[in-house]
Design a protein around this ligand. Structure first.
Ligand SMILES: CC(C)CC(=O)Nc1cccc(-c2cccc(CN)c2)c1
Length: 232
């Protein structure tokens, strides 16, 4: 998170850290008591190393009462996700066990209605990703407020020149921005998850490359099909 602030401890209790060999690689968030939503690109650097999901954390290193490192039962990258492009960059993670909600561990509701978030809406993103372009990783959760820009503006030549589909949305990236390690985290607008941080252009804080977020509503049927199969 560039030019945001350290979050007051445990004030975003839905946030999770996706870890490989004990190292934070991506964000994610609890959407049900055994399910985390993150980004498919996060797996590309994981190889077949052990993935774990940290819940209830503020600090990545310090002991905290409700902090728990959980195993992964099954990974569901979106079938149309690809390392080649930015589309369908979603990963559903089934945890080894159900989490018990607490002050520090809570589920975040996601948007089911497929209506675009109006340009100018103030949303926020949180994560343990880079807090500087030189690659400083924080120990504690950060968040930043970002303004939504329309897909029309985001698709102009100076920005993404027509590559932003209706399954994506953009936010301003002038200084304040999400960055490496924030992929998979939620874009929260009015208390509801509307998007998921996409790796996108792999640049941070450059106004010419707005932040790209995978919109959640277009994928609700996919979530429901996975859940139906898992709970048969
Ligand atoms: C996909 C990972 C395994 C590797 C990775 O994350 N690379 C990478 C490099 C530079 C910027 C970013 C990045 C992420 C999220 C948002 C943004 C910019 N809003 C940039 C991401």
């Amino acid at each position: 998170i560039l030019r945001g602030q350290e979050t007051p401890a445990h004030q975003r209790p839905y946030m999770t850290s996706l870890q490989v060999s004990g190292k934070h690689i991506c964000g994610g968030f609890l959407i049900a008591d055994q399910w985390v939503l993150s980004a498919a690109h996060c797996l590309q650097d994981a190889g077949n190393a052990t993935l774990q999901v940290l819940v209830g954390a503020h600090s990545l290193s310090e002991a905290e009462p409700n902090k728990r490192l959980l195993g992964v039962r099954k990974l569901f990258p979106h079938p149309n996700s690809s390392v080649e492009n930015i589309y369908n960059d979603l990963l559903l993670i089934q945890l080894e066990e159900r989490v018990s909600p607490s002050a520090d561990v809570q589920i975040l509701p996601f948007q089911r209605e497929d209506r675009s978030v109006p340009a100018g809406t103030q949303c926020e993103v949180a994560g343990w990703g880079f807090i500087s372009n030189t690659g400083r990783l924080p120990d504690k959760l950060h968040h930043v407020e970002l303004s939504v820009i329309s897909n029309t503006v985001c698709n102009t030549r100076i920005h993404y020149d027509g590559s932003i589909t209706e399954k994506l949305m953009c936010t301003e990236s002038k200084r304040k921005d999400s960055c490496k390690g924030d992929s998979g985290g939620p874009l929260v607008c009015n208390g509801v998850a509307e998007g998921v941080v996409a790796t996108g252009a792999r640049v941070c804080g450059n106004w010419k490359k707005p932040g790209i977020y995978t919109r959640i509503p277009p994928y609700v049927d996919w979530f429901d099909s996975i859940w139906a199969a898992a709970h048969q």
